[in-house]
Every structure is written in structure tokens, then in C-alpha cells.
Ligand binder design. Sequence first.
Ligand code: SF4
Length: 364
Amino acid sequence: MPETERRRPTKTIHLGNLLLGSQYPVRVQSMTNTSTENAEETICQINNLVQHGCEIVRVAVPDEKALASLPAITSSVSVPVIADIHFRCDLAIKALKTGIKGLRINPGNIGSTDKYIALLRELASFPDIALRIGVNAGSLEQSLMKQVVAGELRWEQAMVDSALRYAKIAEEEGFENMKISLKASRVMQTVRAYRLLSSQCDYPLHLGITEAGTPLRGAVKSSIGIGMLLSEGIGDTFRVSLTGDPVLEVKTAYEILRALEIRKRGPDLISCPTCGRTQIDIISLVEKVDEYISTIPRHIKVAVMGCVVNGPGEAREADIGISGGKDSGVIFKKGQVIRKVPYERLFQAFQEELKRLLEESEDE
Ligand code: SF4
């Protein structure tokens, strides 16, 4: 089934030239962790993220120094840059003139409703900038908070009510180029909130499991939370939040999309779990292969298997694979062994054969 057929229908919005919504692929985002003030480092990190398939990048803009770097950053990278601004409506207004294509704010902490409206009025002059309304369970309006505390309203409904209230204010100001995200601390609470939101509006949704944690914990929580929603057709863009190198966020995002068969960018790497038959150091080999293929945009299946006896057969659906033997290994394609080489030359042989495979399939 084409991806768009199982998506919840949404409006289409745009971040510069990039279109977002149910008629377009689910977009992968990440956020830099360099100091935005340091334009050179930030540009370098964004370019690295883009090489790994990142399509939208968010940068934190906490102060004037970070703001001053934005023109250099936005003019040097090939993807839309979103400025992430909290508390400072003045900074958000100034950021509109720096080449950004998106602005992420939490209207609940931007100062006041009047300031939010002032920002929306400024935004009207920048039609290529999209707004993300990011509502946080921790900074809900007093009236909603009271109802939650009194047990009259569930957290998730309160977050949805808050987000829709801000969206309505924007609509009243004639602004609709926006997407919405909800930030809650627990995975299932987040899932429930997005389900509710998706049934009550047709704006594109940005998904994320906030403060998900270290790469392992974060990847698990994000895969469950974001994966559940995407599998239900909910979500038009997402960020996997991890405490670590943001490239890992992008890699994890594509693993989620691949596992759900939503998008197939880049190679799929399968590797055997290893067992008593393993005769080579497969863990370091698989890491090397993973790194080597990580910037290849084409979708191919690559396998790294521990033994020659079962490896090629078990991974026969792989376009290319390596299997280890005693002090040597083989390269195979679709289950057929094509080369046997000593262990020291195994990785090099794999690189050569992969290159050949990519060239051959390009010619087809
Ligand atoms: S491929 Fe070989 S080493 Fe790997 S799990 Fe299967 S039998 Fe064990």
C-alpha cells in the first residue's frame, strides 16, 4: 500500500520549498548539539546530518549570539533550518529575518498571548516560514492545569486543548502554515495525546518522545512511541531524541521507517546474532560495515554473518553479504558465494564488491 494511503489526511504545509503533510513522505529531523553561536561547527554538523539523510534540522537559539550566527548557518546548508526559541518573543521575531524556514516555540512560555499574537502578525510577512506549536505538559495554562489537578481533565486532553487553542489563535490571525507537537514525559501518555490530537485537527504533526535518554533507551522508547503512531498513520515528521551524536538520531529514525516499511532510504543491514559457530570477530566487522554504508542513499540489503556454513543461506535475501570462516571469509550475493578471501582482506573485498554492485545496478 502506498505510504500516503495509510496516513491520516492532513493539510500540506511548507518549510521553504520542503512540503510536509500526508501527501508527502514522513520527514526525518534532528537537532544540532553544537553551540549555535559557533556557526562553523554547527554547519559542519548539519552537513553531516544531511549526508545521513536528515531532511530538516533544528537549532537552539537561546540568545543574541546564537541569533547572530543564523544567517551564516541558513545560507550554508541545503535543508530547512528551524530556530528553537523559548521564553524570548523578541528573539523569535528577530529570527524571522535570518533565513530560517521554521520556528519552533511553545506558546505557553513565550511571554503572554499578546506576545504570541504579535509574533503571528510578524510571521505573516514571511510566507516560507512554518511555525511549530510545541505544547509541553509541564507548561500548560493555569486554567487547564487546575482542571487536571482537580481530576476534571486528563493530561492528554489538556495538552490537546492547549495546542488547539493556540492553533485557533493563529488561524484567527490568518496563519495556517503550522504543525503541532506535544511533549509529555511518558511514552504511552504521549501516544494517547497524539491519537487524540490527530482526531481533532488536520494539521501535520511532529512526533517525538522527549528526553528519551541514552542511545539504547532512547531508541527503544522512540521506536515504540513513534512506531505505534506511525503505524496508525499518525505523524508527518519526527525526531528521535537521543543523548548522544545526532547522527544516531537520524540512523534510528530510518531504522524505524524501514521496519514499518514506510520509507526505504539507505541500506538495510542484517547481521546474525552470533552463536558457537562464529569464527571471526563479527562485532567489530559489523560496526565497520555499518559505518561504511551509513551514507549510501540507495536502498540495498547488506548482511554480515558469522559462519560460512549457514550465513549465505540464512541471509539469501541480502543483495550482498559477508560471512566469516576460519581465518578467512566469503562475499556472497543473494545467497551465492562469489569470493573467498583471507580475513585481513575481507572488509576490503566487501568494499570492492559493494562498489561494483552499486555501479552495476546504476547502469540497469
Ligand atoms: S550465521 Fe552462523 S554464526 Fe551466525 S547465528 Fe547463524 S549459524 Fe551462528
